[in-house]
Write a protein that binds this ligand. Structure first.
Ligand SMILES: [Zn+2]
Length: 260
């Protein structure tokens, strides 16, 4: 573990986290994520380089606009720091490897999906497409290289294993129970996650996502924060399951097989 590489990867993470904040804010409003610099939402002052250094600007300026002193959301530095830490953990777990590029891209997409689905109850198709692009890139690499990725079939099966079960549940609940329990976004999310993770890591991802989602839903209803029938976005829980599976899915899979 090289300390210089660790610092560089963390810095890359917080810079990308800063871009993810832009995505989280602009994608639901269908604004371009490439054009236009950022501006203070209160006074409209254009934010310059001093205001936009990830994490540090927020700490130095104490979370306030330099011009009108309006508070910026703490979400910005938190997302940046989380992205930096997760990228660093990827390096500590997998080393400097092609695999961490794929996983870093997946984690970036999961962070944006989690925040947007939590706030707006939607998983925008642009993010699904981004996930598919990452998955297809990995699939091509898996076909043409050896020793880095699993056999490419593992990923193709993962794609269908991710999409089909939720699709069947969705069809059942929609047409038999006349209730929409699972959104189309969740189905597409698990399909591209399966393509990237492969079917072995997809199983723990599914399991963790559903169990944690169920526990949190029960707690929210027990504490009266949500009523029965209230919609609770499921995407964030699935994203959490996928995230845990990136780091521990292989261990969980092996442990499970070892029980027989
Ligand atoms: Zn301002």
């Amino acid at each position: 573990m090289n300390i210089v590489i660790m610092v560089l990867i963390f810095l890359a993470g917080i810079v990308i986290g800063s871009f993810l904040n832009v995505c989280i804010y602009r994608i639901p409003k269908e604004e371009s994520i490439a054009k236009n610099g950022s501006a203070c939402m209160s006074c409209g002052a254009k934010l310059t380089l001093i205001d936009l250094i990830p994490v540090f600007s927020y700490l130095v300026l104490r979370g306030k606009c330099r011009h009108c002193k309006t508070r910026f959301s703490a979400q910005y530095p938190i997302i940046e720091a989380i992205t930096g830490v997760l990228f660093l953990l990827l390096y500590l777990k997998f080393g400097l490897n092609y695999v961490i590029i794929i996983y870093a891209a997946l984690i970036a997409i999961l962070i944006v999906i989690t925040l947007i689905d939590y706030r707006h109850m939607i998983i925008p198709n642009g993010l699904i497409i981004a996930g598919l692009v990452v998955g297809v890139a990995q699939l091509i690499a898996a076909i043409f290289t050896t020793g880095i990725f699993e056999n490419w079939l593992v990923y193709v099966i993962g794609f269908f294993a991710g999409g089909l079960p939720l699709l069947l549940i969705a069809l059942f609940t929609t047409f038999v129970l006349k209730k929409e329990a699972i959104g189309g976004g969740d189905i597409k999310l698990m399909a591209f996650a399966g393509l990237i993770l492969g079917w072995k890591l997809l199983i723990p991802a599914f399991f963790i996502g559903i169990v944690v989602g169920a526990i949190v839903s029960v707690v929210l209803m027990a504490t009266k924060k949500k009523k029965r029938g209230d919609e609770i976005p499921f995407g964030p829980f699935l994203c959490f399951g996928i995230l845990v599976s990136i780091f521990f899915g292989q261990e969980i899979f092996n442990w499970y097989l070892g029980m027989f």
